[in-house]
Design a protein around this ligand. Structure first.
Ligand code: AMP
Ligand code: GLY
Length: 424
């Protein structure tokens, strides 16, 4: 079949790689893609949020399935756009409906869903500019650190964790009254701080049935030892060694099942990925966030471990027949290390030539912010490449990733040297 994949990051390169392993995928388009997807599929210059351009292309090229990588098109309602268009309604879109995407698009919506369906999460309250003084009073009832979350999408920057009460009050005012994150912080969720270890749980659901995909751990801060600014993610490990069967069982029965049942009870159409961000507090999993897409760079370790045909999985999602398919997973460990452009996540340069790509041996190199320029691969973003490797355990895998990174170069290339070290 002919498939259109939306997005341009390492996540999309990993999804493209997996889709192309399926004998069912004859033609794969990626919009807009990067230099990595250009090497294996056909990139098309369409913005993933330009639904009219997507429609024209889908009709013209007889696209038979649309797979959505990032959250923006989902939050903007690409699923509903296809469903309500008589020329498109027969084409499955892998992703939730617009209302389902609110699980990521609105922190308040997600919290209400969690509480309603009795899924363990941090206590919270939400505030607007009108109730900012009540918000300050609420902060006084909490113990530090204080967790402030912009309600809407803020490109992963909308969460502030502050030690000082006065600073927390000031930031709350900045968010609500001075639009620190624009419209995204017109509402703010204040949440109890959860002290524990983070784990990312991935689920594929057809709205009725689900498959729990391999779990992963992400490394969010820019610096070694988890220091410095938050990033989109600097590396990942799958599976997470501390996620034993007892914990996975708790996650499935207390979180995954009630999430899918909750979607059904609330009449929310959802045919796609759910990425559940968890914090494990004294052995008990709690939800800190939902995302309605796969994680990046987690996809770069999760997808390579999935052995089941991904197109078959997506077809089963579209037909609500996920219960008829078995999910097979490679038991080995996979790790990925992100190579970023010096300065990221703040200002960084672009257009640096990447050399050594042909010297990689025994790893999978997924492109994130890259593009082709006069036949050369150059950097085109903050997160540039993800070096994924397999091993019998994560130590072996990570060693291989670092060995191959030594063979690559671009100006001001930076990466974390401690991915997986906390798990030893
Ligand atoms: P989010 O955008 O919701 O994933 O939040 C970004 C990061 O903030 C998470 O990955 C956690 O490290 C941290 N975080 C979010 N909520 C909490 C919480 N309630 N307690 C502790 N840390 C949190
Ligand atoms: N790596 C975290 C995310 O994709 O949101």
């Amino acid at each position: 079949m002919t498939i259109l994949l939306l997005g341009s990051g390492g996540r999309e390169h990993a999804l493209a790689f997996k889709l192309l392993q399926s004998p069912k995928c004859n033609t794969l388009f990626v919009a807009p893609g990067n230099a990595g997807t250009a090497a294996i599929a056909s990139n098309i210059q369409i913005n993933p949020t330009d639904f009219q351009a997507i429609k024209d292309f889908v009709i013209q090229q007889k696209v038979e399935m649309v797979v959505v990588g990032p959250e923006d098109p989902l939050v903007l309602g690409i699923y509903d756009f296809f469903k309500h268009d008589s020329e498109l309604s027969h084409i499955p879109v892998i992703g939730p409906s617009k209302i389902g995407a609110q699980l990521e698009g609105s922190k308040e919506f997600a919290k209400e869903f969690l509480i309603k369906h009795k899924i363990p999460t941090a206590a919270y309250d939400s505030f607007t500019a009108e109730t900012v003084e009540k918000g300050c009073a609420f902060l006084e009832t909490l113990q530090p650190p204080y967790v402030l979350k912009a309600d809407g999408l803020a490109a992963g920057k909308g969460v502030l964790i502050l030690q000082d009460l006065d600073e927390a009050k000031e930031e709350l005012r900045n968010m609500l009254v001075h639009a620190k994150f624009g419209n995204a912080s017109a509402k703010v969720v204040i949440e109890e701080f959860l002290d524990g270890i983070e784990l990312s749980c991935f689920v594929l659901t057809d709205g009725k049935n689900y498959k729990v995909l391999p779990n992963a751990k992400d490394y969010k801060r820019i610096g070694d030892g988890d220091t410095g600014l938050n990033t989109g993610g600097m590396g990942a490990v799958s599976p997470v060694p501390f996620a034993d069967n007892i914990l996975l069982e708790k996650i499935e029965t207390r979180i995954v099942k009630p999430t899918v049942e909750g979607l059904q009870k609330d009449g929310i159409e959802y045919k796609g990925f759910v990425f559940i961000g968890l914090i494990i507090v004294k052995g008990e999993p709690m939800v800190i966030e939902y995302n309605v897409r796969m994680g990046d760079p987690e996809t770069e370790v999760v997808m390579p471990r999935i052995q089941t045909d991904l197109v078959e999985l997506f077809q089963a999602v579209a037909h609500q027949e996920l219960d008829k398919i078995d999910l097979e997973v490679d038991p080995r460990s996979a790790t990925t290390v992100m190579l970023v452009s010096g300065g990221y996540p703040e200002d960084y340069g672009k257009g640096f030539e990447i050399s050594g790509l042909e010297n990689i041996e025994g790893s999978l190199l997924f492109h994130a912010g890259t593009k082709l320029e006069n036949g050369k691969v150059v950097t085109n973003g903050g997160r540039v490449l993800a070096m994924t490797s397999f091993g019998d355990d994560f130590r072996q895998a990570i060693k291989k990733s670092y060995q191959n990174i030594d063979r690559l170069h671009f100006d001001k290339m930076y990466f974390r040297k401690d991915i997986g070290r906390d798990l030893l």
